[in-house]
Structures are given as structure tokens and as C-alpha cells.
Design a protein around this ligand. Structure first.
Ligand code: F0G
Length: 459
């Protein structure tokens, strides 16, 4: 008999979670303005709001917490992390930050000015926010296949090289501070970018003399997909692939709350000494001194260790198989999800699930609320609410995809939890014709509105 797949770890500590009644959840979600971000965590049974900062650290990482050096300047924990960044990514210069958006804020303060254009692949919302906040424009050059959830393209995070070259060709070089490639692509479904595509982007960047930057939050999951899906890469180790990927980039930002498997932290890696000098000024202003950048020494030690654990094949295999298990169950139940299954999450196609609800009433948000009411499972809308308004016209933007993201925290939930989530969704799917109304907005912030929006049931 072929041995079944099982996790490459055992559980040393448990944290209780409690289920609630449907009546309680109906009450709580109304109180929360139908915004899942406004729920208290103990009102949630299985929390798939994000895979960011929600992972379980290993015993080795916890031991690094005890070894943390809390010196203000030059701590040994800083040097541990610096060595890991150079070893894994090949960047000589590095700055720690408190999380990913801190890294974006620091680096973009140096590089982005009003009127600039920043081409990339499905920029994440904070990345886009930091670009637009500086009166610059993010231009999405993701391949078209990414926007059809049914196409089985192995690298839906890929940049469309023709789209990219058109931007580079028709605009003066001075207006394009860098190209940013997101690994994996969160907003379009946790979809990876191939090594071949990264080489293509790098060639264009060189041809037009424009720096290439990676948003590296889920770089290890991206490398896993390169190993298992890209021809000629099967025999290579994850770390060899990572080294290859990053040898093409001039700099990186990273939210280490994902593939760093820590609860807080971020970093910037750079090749240029001059860029490091310029960014250090903003790092000190916004984040903290250049050898801690908003992180405790212990956090940097745990992160250094986490970067090595996240780039082990056995870990990645178990992680991505768990996500695929959930995806397979949902597919069996007839629910349309982004294919192929993403690295960190399953994305449900709410345009297909709730096609009878007008898009102006926020289909993905409506589905996320129904899933919470059904099973106490908290996912997140990646659709029109998150897409915000157009900064110029102030009209609502309706993206091609209306998705509910079920992000799976790393090393936290079991396969039984996956089955529970799938069953909850199957129940919503069965009663979907009975869901007659979506939502309208009662309150929204001028930028990144999805975090604090308050909604009411549509009339
Ligand atoms: N880039 C990507 C691709 C991300 O997914 C995130 C965060 C960031 C940058 C910003 O990093 O949160 O550490 O400041 N994504 C989280 C998520 C919030 O839920 O996907 P941060």
C-alpha cells in the first residue's frame, strides 16, 4: 500500500478554540457592521482572515526567542538575520522593518515621486496604497489568464511581457522608478511566477535600465511551485531556486509574517550601498534604528530561523498539500475556486457563487458574511470593497474577480479543520438561492477602506 501523506511535525502545545451558535454569530456580525475585521477573535471558530502573522513557530524558533539580544544597536540577533538574508537571498545590504508595509514605506519614500508609474503583477493593496499615497500609479501587467478562475495555467502570477514592454517603451525612464514583481501573487489567487518569466522581466528591466524589485512575502511558496511545475527545475533544492530567483532582482521588500513564519516583522534587501544609505534615513525615522527597525532582537532571531524552515521542501509540501486538500473538497462540492489551487489560500469565485446578487452589492463580501454565519469561519473579501475607489474619479472600482480568500495559517490547523470549512461552504452553496440581498456601504475610509468599512443590508 502506498503510504498516505502526513505532516512533517508533531504538536507540542495546543490552543483552545470554541464554536458558537448561529444566533450568536448573526448578532455579532451585525454588530460588526458586516465587516469581518471588526469581529473579536473569540467570536471566530476557524480564522482564515489571513495567513499573515498567524503561523505557528517551531520549537527552534521559540528557542531563538530566549536567545534574543535586545541591545539597541548592533545586536547579535540583527547579525543572525543579516547573515540569513545574505545566505538565502544574496543581498549584501539589508534593513529590518516592523512588517511588510513598513518596508514599502521606507523603500518607496526613497524611490517613488508624484506622477511615477510602477508596473507589476497584481500589486498587493498596501503596495498599491503606498504608490498611490505618493500620487503615483500602479500598473497591473499580470497575464490575462489570471483573471479567468477556470484556466489551469501553472503560473498565473506571471507578468505579461508585452504589456510590460509597452509601458516601458512609451514612458520616459525617469517616470518608472522600478518594476515590482509579487511572489506569489496574493490578489490574483496566491498564484506563482515562473523562473522563466522572472528572467523575462529581468531582461526587460535591464534593456530599459529600470530596477527590478520583488515583493517577497510568499517567496518560498513561489519557489515550491517552480520546483514542482516548471520544466527542468524538479531536481533542484528550494534554496537553489530561491537563490536563482533573487539573483535577478535589485532589491526586495518582505512581509516576514508569511514565509518568515513569524508573528511580526519585515525587511528590505538591497544590492546597492547608495540605496541602503538613502533608505536608512527613512528607516530610522519610521521604523527604528537600522539594526532593529521596529523588531525586538528575539523577533529577528526567530525570523532568521523561520527563513530556513520555510525553505525546506518537506515543510512546503505539507503546507501546500493542505491548501490543495481544501480546494479539492470544494471542487467536489461543485464550488468554483481559482485553479490551480494557490499557495497560501483557496480563493472562491463569488461571481459564480452568487451571480444573482448585483455586483454593486458586493458579492464576495456577501459570501464571506454567509460563511461566517454558517460555520464561524472567517475568510476575507478580495473584491470591490478591497479594490477601493479610483483615486481620480472616486468611482467604485469593480475588479475582474470577486473572490473570498480562505487563507490558511502555517502549521496551525489540521486536515479535519479543512473538512469542516469545506462542509460549511457546501451548506451555504446549497442554500445560496435563498440569499437575496448583498450590502451597501454605511461608512468608509478614504484609503484601504476594507479594514474599517461598515455595511448595511441592501434594501
Ligand atoms: N505584500 C503582500 C503580497 C502581502 O500579501 C502583504 C500583506 C504585504 C505586502 C504587506 O505586508 O501586512 O506585513 O505589512 N498581506 C496580508 C494578507 C495583510 O492578509 O495577505 P504586512
Amino acid at each position: 500500500m502506498e503510504l498516505p501523506f502526513a505532516e512533517p511535525y508533531k504538536i507540542k502545545m495546543v490552543e483552545p478554540i470554541r464554536c458558537s451558535t448561529r444566533e450568536q454569530r448573526l448578532h455579532w456580525i451585525k454588530e460588526a457592521g458586516y465587516n469581518l475585521f471588526n469581529l473579536k477573535s473569540d467570536q471566530v471558530y476557524i480564522d482564515l482572515l489571513t495567513d499573515s502573522g498567524t503561523g505557528a513557530m517551531s520549537d527552534r524558533q521559540w528557542s531563538e526567542i530566549m536567545l534574543g539580544d535586545e541591545s539597541y544597536a548592533g545586536s547579535s540577533s540583527y547579525f543572525k538575520l543579516k547573515d540569513a538574508v545574505t545566505d538565502i537571498f544574496g543581498f549584501e545590504y539589508f534593513l529590518p522593518t516592523h512588517q511588510g508595509r513598513g518596508a514599502e514605506n521606507v523603500l518607496f519614500s526613497v524611490l517613488v515621486k508624484p506622477g511615477d508609474l510602477v508596473p507589476g503583477n497584481s500589486h498587493f493593496d498596501t503596495t498599491k496604497g503606498h504608490i498611490e499615497f505618493r500620487q503615483a500609479t500602479a500598473i497591473d501587467c499580470t497575464i490575462d489568464e489570471a483573471f479567468d478562475t477556470t484556466i489551469e495555467h501553472p503560473f498565473k502570477g506571471n507578468v505579461d511581457l508585452d504589456k510590460l514592454e509597452r509601458i516601458l517603451k512609451i514612458n520616459p525612464k525617469e517616470r518608472i522608478p522600478f518594476i515590482i514583481v509579487t511572489l506569489t501573487c496574493n490578489s490574483s489567487g496566491g498564484q506563482p511566477v515562473s523562473l522563466e518569466n522572472l528572467r523575462g522581466v529581468s531582461a526587460l528591466a535591464k534593456k530599459y535600465g529600470i530596477p527590478l524589485i520583488y515583493d517577497s512575502a510568499r517567496f518560498a511558496e513561489n519557489a515550491y511551485f517552480i520546483k514542482v511545475r516548471e520544466k527542468g527545475q524538479e531536481q533542484r533544492t528550494i534554496r537553489e531556486i530561491v537563490a536563482d530567483m533573487f539573483s535577478l532582482a535589485d532589491a526586495m521588500t518582505m512581509s516576514s509574517k508569511k514565509d518568515g513564519i513569524v508573528n511580526i516583522g519585515g525587511l528590505i534587501g538591497m544590492r546597492s550601498k547608495e540605496l541602503h544609505q538613502q533608505a536608512s534615513v527613512y528607516n530610522i525615522m519610521f521604523e527604528g534604528f537600522i539594526t532593529y527597525g521596529g523588531q525586538a532582537g528575539r523577533d529577528m532571531g526567530a525570523l532568521a530561523r523561520g527563513l530556513y524552515e520555510a525553505t525546506e521542501f518537506e515543510y512546503l509540501e505539507s503546507r501546500i498539500r493542505q491548501v490543495a486538500h481544501l480546494g479539492t473538497k470544494l471542487t467536489e462540492y461543485g464550488i468554483a475556486v481559482q485553479k490551480p489551487y494557490g499557495g497560501h489560500a483557496i480563493f472562491i469565485d463569488a461571481n459564480k457563487f452568487l451571480s444573482h446578487i448585483p455586483k454593486e452589492e458586493f458579492r464576495a463580501q456577501t459570501l464571506a458574511v454567509e460563511l461566517y454565519i454558517e460555520g464561524g469561519v472567517r475568510g476575507v473579501e478580495i473584491g470591490a470593497i478591497m479594490a477601493d475607489r479610483d483615486p481620480v474619479t472616486r468611482e467604485n472600482r469593480f475588479p475582474a474577480l470577486e473572490l473570498v480568500r480562505l487563507a490558511i495559517p502555517r502549521r496551525v490547523y489540521t486536515f479535519n479543520h479543512m473538512d469542516y470549512i469545506a462542509a460549511s461552504l457546501a451548506n451555504v452553496f446549497e442554500r445560496k438561492e435563498g440569499i437575496r440581498k448583498g450590502f451597501t456601504i454605511e461608512y468608509e475610509a478614504p484609503i484601504l477602506r476594507h479594514f474599517t468599512v461598515r455595511l448595511k443590508r441592501a434594501e
